[in-house]
Design a protein around this ligand. Structure first.
Ligand SMILES: NC(=O)c1ccc[n+]([C@@H]2O[C@H](COP(=O)([O-])OP(=O)(O)OC[C@H]3O[C@@H](n4cnc5c(N)ncnc54)[C@H](OP(=O)(O)O)[C@@H]3O)[C@@H](O)[C@H]2O)c1
Length: 343
């Protein structure tokens, strides 16, 4: 590739935007042409994201009035739910889009309204969106102009369940018990989500009503035949970053530990960012990386699968860049071989 891909980031001053900048500033094939904010307009990127201090001269700008004139090859949207829905339809078709919000992840308008509590107003555009769970949807992403980047819980859960759903061996109920760190709620503190309330505490939230439930079910049905009862519960972990999903499943046949491990290794052969590990994954080892670590165990027909990701990287900005790479014919790992820290 001769010329650099010109990138616009909408919502660069939040946590998702911060991670997009951390990755894209060092991506060999891109240049950042525009980064927008709302309350932080006019501030330097390094002033708002102190980890980037001294590394860029970029400043946060207001979102352009005339989006049709946007001079970019690709645009990332890291805005609160409901914003991209209004902005993306105004872009010219030449701009490839990756949306990190939930606005374009659900195909059924009524289901969308039930879980997001507002009306989906871009039916025609919705049909052009491809779901961006890279490891299960690579070929479609390569030719897509519009990618709906998966939710963080959805990413951890889908990557944990996909091999068994694809195998056709699942029976009975699937139960997923998932936990997230506080950065999942974004950079702006709210009374019930900010860290002082969450550190030293542990609680469940949104029982049966989390917006990732329909997203996960919808995509599992595309991976294999998935008609199983599905229970998905979300919890708040007293950490800043990380998602850990514990998934409990049943199979029609008895599987040994080795059978399950082989199944997962085969499914993710060629997927650099999914690592099959022994015992348990640990949010510490995936922190600040684009890895999803998975461990699968069997007790005859009972299976437990554990997965861990960084919600802001594989669960948001990292996977978004992985998708950008595929959309522009690059190796999906370009700019993304981020290594975590020990400890
Ligand atoms: N956090 C996660 O773990 C995670 C994971 C996956 C997906 N997501 C999704 O990614 C999106 C961004 O999440 P986030 O955690 O980065 O949120 P965030 O930290 O709250 O950042 C939101 C961004 O949107 C801007 N913004 C807020 N209100 C706006 C408005 N009315 N008009 C224009 N811009 C506005 C903010 O600008 P100012 O700061 O200047 O006001 C900021 O740049 C959300 O849809 C979220 O659901 C988040």
């Amino acid at each position: 590739m001769k010329e650099k891909i010109k990138i616009a980031i909408f919502g660069g001053s939040g946590y998702g935007g911060s991670e997009l900048l951390r990755i894209l500033l060092f991506h060999p094939n891109v240049e950042i042409a525009l980064v927008t904010a709302n309350e932080h307009v006019g501030k330097a990127v390094g002033e708002v994201h102190k980890n980037l201090y001294g590394l860029t001269d970029l400043k946060f700008e207001k979102s352009p009035e005339d989006l049709f004139a946007l001079d970019a090859d690709a645009a990332f949207f890291a805005l609160p739910h409901g914003q991209a829905l209004n902005l993306i339809p105004q872009l010219p078709e030449k701009v490839k889009v990756i949306d990190l919000s939930g606005d374009f992840r659900i195909d059924d308008k009524d289901v969308f309204q039930k879980f997001y509590k507002f009306e989906h107003t871009a039916d025609e555009l919705q049909k052009k969106f491809v779901y961006g769970l890279t490891e299960t949807n690579r070929e479609a992403i390569k030719t897509a102009n519009y990618v709906a980047n998966p939710g963080c819980f959805a990413t951890a859960t889908l990557l944990a369940l996909a091999p068994l759903v694809k195998s056709g061996l699942l029976t009975g109920k699937v139960i997923v018990d998932a936990k997230t760190g506080s950065s999942g709620s974004g950079a702006k503190a709210a009374a019930n989500t900010h860290h002082p309330q969450r550190m030293n505490s542990f609680y469940a939230y949104k029982p049966f009503t989390h917006q990732h439930v329909p997203e996960i079910s919808q995509h599992l049905k595309r991976i294999g035949s998935f008609e199983n009862d599905f229970v998905f519960m979300t919890h708040s972990l007293p950490v800043s970053r990380g998602i850990f999903a514990s998934c409990y499943l049943e199979t029609t046949n008895i599987l040994t530990n080795e059978d399950v491990k082989n199944l997962y290794e085969l499914f993710y052969k060629g997927s650099f960012f999914v690592r099959i590990v022994e015992n348990s994954p640990d949010i510490n080892w995936v922190k600040a990386t684009n890895f999803c670590d998975i461990a699968a165990h069997s007790n005859g027909k009972q299976i437990a699968v554990f997965s861990a990701i960084d919600n802001l990287v594989k669960g948001a900005a990292g996977q978004a860049v992985q998708n950008l790479n595929l959309m522009f014919g690059l190796d999906e790992t370009t700019g993304l071989k981020l290594v975590g820290t020990n400890p």
